[in-house]
Design a protein around this ligand. Structure first.
Ligand code: FES
Length: 107
């Protein structure tokens, strides 16, 4: 299992224990995390799964593909160097303890 903590824009924290192999977006949607929508179902076509990865875990992240980079330009909230699409991050055991900050808005 992988422990993942979502931190809302207001600072509320929600910690989940989820199985490795699913995406950050799937983990959030399956567990009703407010602030992640996942409208396109994970095909990098909506940017409603935008998260800011805590810098301590930057090295654990998979490389960003071109389609993800392009879609982040369409995100509702401002993006920065920590921005990723949650659907493009498949959780691994090595990501245990991952902290993700949610933007103020996804649409
Ligand atoms: S769920 Fe649509 S881009 Fe991630």
């Amino acid at each position: 299992m992988v422990q993942v903590t979502f931190v809302s824009a207001a600072g509320d924290r929600r910690t989940l224990d989820v199985r490795a192999g699913i995406s950050v977006m799937e983990a959030a949607v399956q567990n009703g995390v407010v602030g992640i929508i996942g409208e396109c179902g994970g095909s990098a076509m909506c940017a409603t799964c935008h998260v800011h990865v805590d810098p301590a875990f930057a090295d654990q992240m998979p490389p960003q593909q071109e389609i993800e980079e392009a879609m982040l330009d369409c995100a509702a909230a401002p993006t920065d160097e920590r921005s990723r699409l949650g659907c493009q991050i498949l959780l691994t055991e090595g990501m245990d303890g991952l902290i993700l900050h949610l933007p103020e808005a996804q649409v």
